[in-house]
Design a protein around this ligand. Sequence first.
Ligand SMILES: *[C@@H]1O[C@H](CO)[C@@H](O)[C@H](O)[C@H]1NC(C)=O
Ligand SMILES: *[C@@H]1O[C@H](CO)[C@@H](O)[C@H](O)[C@H]1NC(C)=O
Ligand SMILES: *[C@@H]1O[C@H](CO)[C@@H](O)[C@H](O)[C@H]1NC(C)=O
Ligand SMILES: *[C@@H]1O[C@H](CO)[C@@H](O)[C@H](O)[C@H]1NC(C)=O
Length: 381
Amino acid sequence: MSKNFSIYIVLWLLIQLLIEINCQTATLIDDKLYIVDGRNFNKKFIYLDVSIPFNTQNILWHELTTIVPEHVAAASVKGGANNKTLFLYGGTAYNGAVMALVYAFNTQNNSWSIPKLPEGIIMRRDNLKGIVDDKGLMYLFGGRLDGVRYNDMFILDTINLDVKIGSSINAPSPRSLYGAALLSNHFIIYLGGLGNDGVKASLKKVNLYDTINNSWSTQITSGTIPSDRYALSAVLGLDGQRIIIFGGIGLQDSLYVLDIINYEWQLPKTTGKSPSSRRWHQANVIGKYMVISFGYDPNIENDILLLDISNNEEFVWTNEFELMFITTDPSPPNGTSTAGTLSISSMIGISIGSLVGGILLLFGGFFLYKWNKNKQLLLRA
Ligand SMILES: *[C@@H]1O[C@H](CO)[C@@H](O)[C@H](O)[C@H]1NC(C)=O
Ligand SMILES: *[C@@H]1O[C@H](CO)[C@@H](O)[C@H](O)[C@H]1NC(C)=O
Ligand SMILES: *[C@@H]1O[C@H](CO)[C@@H](O)[C@H](O)[C@H]1NC(C)=O
Ligand SMILES: *[C@@H]1O[C@H](CO)[C@@H](O)[C@H](O)[C@H]1NC(C)=O
């Protein structure tokens, strides 16, 4: 088979209901949301093309058939010199398999490699969240190893392939399964989690890590404080002024908003059909949506949820993923942003070009797949 056709290693499959995806990581690279199954018995590795609209009831998943290292509960981010590489860190080896601490998946040629990193500085952890900054530094706080939780800050430079240890002074107590998000001021916010005593962390306070100064601080919160929880997700709102959390274990309500100007919690107003809560899922901001993927139980949490977060006055649960057109409106949104006037540079640019490209790719892929299938049939005949 010709090497030029790296597209061959992508199987184009229409999967309505996926089985056995759980504890996954979800990483947005260009127009693709890559899902690596975190309980990787089946070595599932799929992606969703977000350059085309979709309905969550009928999702076209693309399955990558490259071998994914076996692992449970790893962390992943987008990084590398080209900013197009998926870095998969830690996780527990499944079934005693030997695995590297870090793997890199090059999305340009769909291949995994083991980056050469200095050894013996950072250690393996699982059930933690990776946060990457705009310099390609992957921040890995806390997590667990062999049932013990930690509060170290490991920093993996995905561009220079270096590692270092950050500060633990004033860090949160050891924990796993917290929610975390990068703020626009280079701080990372950490919320909730599970401690060594089995106690769920309170959301009456949140922890902030300053990625510039390598220092920790704490913020006391007010308002409608969520119940203590872990295995939740957290994203930064489109205006950069609020954190939206969803799901987890230990819930009263599943969806909350934390205003990060005054650190006040609110129950947001939503319309649309509220989904039941979930845990061990992932959340990414794509266009105007908080995209929630999978979860712990592959039987019931085996799909994508979409929350339109473009209007802070009213979030909308929806099944329809629509494309966003970026306007050149120079005035930044000031809290009551609406779709269509957003001018957020970090938002993925989804253009008519990529729409057409996506459709062409889709057809191209389909025909290549058909062609390959026919060829296989011919070969077998
Ligand atoms: C994929 O690209 C990377 C970077 O250009 C290269 O190092 C690697 O060998 C390539 N892998 C394959 C399988 O072609
Ligand atoms: C990688 O891309 C993101 C946007 O997706 C950007 O914010 C970030 O600065 C980029 N990182 C590097 C190192 O260029
Ligand atoms: C962090 O750096 C900023 C800017 O240099 C400085 O104003 C601030 O005091 C520093 N904070 C800490 C906790 O060191
Ligand atoms: C946003 O800006 C507009 C126009 O300057 C103003 O009328 C509106 O009150 C502002 N909204 C908020 C939430 O600050």
